[in-house]
Design a protein. Structure first.
Length: 240
């Protein structure tokens, strides 16, 4: 059960923290913006469940390497949403080839996923008297998932605020950044040391591959998530 830490309204946040590149960058952003930062992750039957193991490693390194952030890291919770296996046949959950569908979306789209994530985070925020929720959703991702779009997030923010009868703000620092800009943003937030954490310890690969180490991190190197991460890293290096 989550134990809440008491901070004045507006000075605390809860971050949707998967152990991936984007959510780790957003965690660093939140640690620079707020006095207390809690984290929540979700187990939903994802094929790349190895990302959940990465979460603990990243949180530990954030405390050890960045003392200015250590005191701000509050509670972490992992929430079981394994029911997604019963309601979705997404390639992110079932062992299927990754491909485009007839509606123009990749079959890695998990309908309702981010809506459930944000609703769960809002319930935790309500319990702990937190008004700020931070997520790594991004419109410029290759997929164009509809639950990652700015209009969707603004609508969810309004609905959750009404449904919880409190003013909630959903922050999406990466919303209009491509992957190269996200790498640059990570460097701006925490320098080379933080970029090294992103490379070594975050997980992006849809297939959960962590045996092969590339310049940009671990992954199969072939799935859309790996290709996006690699191309972004290559472009980022060209700007240095």
């Amino acid at each position: 059960m989550t134990q809440c830490e008491n901070y004045m309204d507006g000075q605390s946040a809860i971050v949707l923290f998967s152990g991936g590149q984007d959510s780790t960058v957003c965690l660093a952003w939140a640690l620079k913006q707020f006095d207390s930062v809690s984290t929540v992750g979700f187990s939903y039957g994802q094929r790349h469940a190895v990302e959940l193991d990465c979460r603990e490693v990243i949180l530990s390194k954030m405390r050890d390497i960045f003392p200015q952030w250590a005191s701000k890291l509050a509670n972490d919770q992992l929430v079981d949403l394994d029911f997604f296996e019963q309601i979705s046949d997404s390639a992110l959950i079932t062992a299927r080839e990754i491909e485009e569908t007839g509606n123009g979306l990749p079959n890695t789209f998990v309908p309702g996923r981010n809506i459930f994530f944000l609703t769960t985070a809002a319930a935790l925020a309500y319990k702990c008297d937190i008004n700020n929720i931070v997520g790594g959703m991004c419109e410029t991702d290759y997929s164009g998932y509809p639950d990652c779009r700015d209009d969707t997030l603004k609508s969810i923010e309004k609905t959750l605020s009404l449904g919880m009868e409190r003013e909630l703000t959903i922050h999406t620092p990466l919303m209009f950044l491509d992957k190269a800009a996200s790498w640059s943003f990570a460097h701006k937030l925490g320098g080379d040391a933080f970029v090294d954490v992103i490379i070594e310890d975050t997980h992006t690969c849809y297939l959960g591959e962590r045996k092969v180490r590339h310049a940009w991190g671990y992954g199969c190197g072939k799935c859309p998530a790996c290709e996006l991460r690699e191309s972004g890293f290559t472009k980022y290096l060209s700007t240095l």
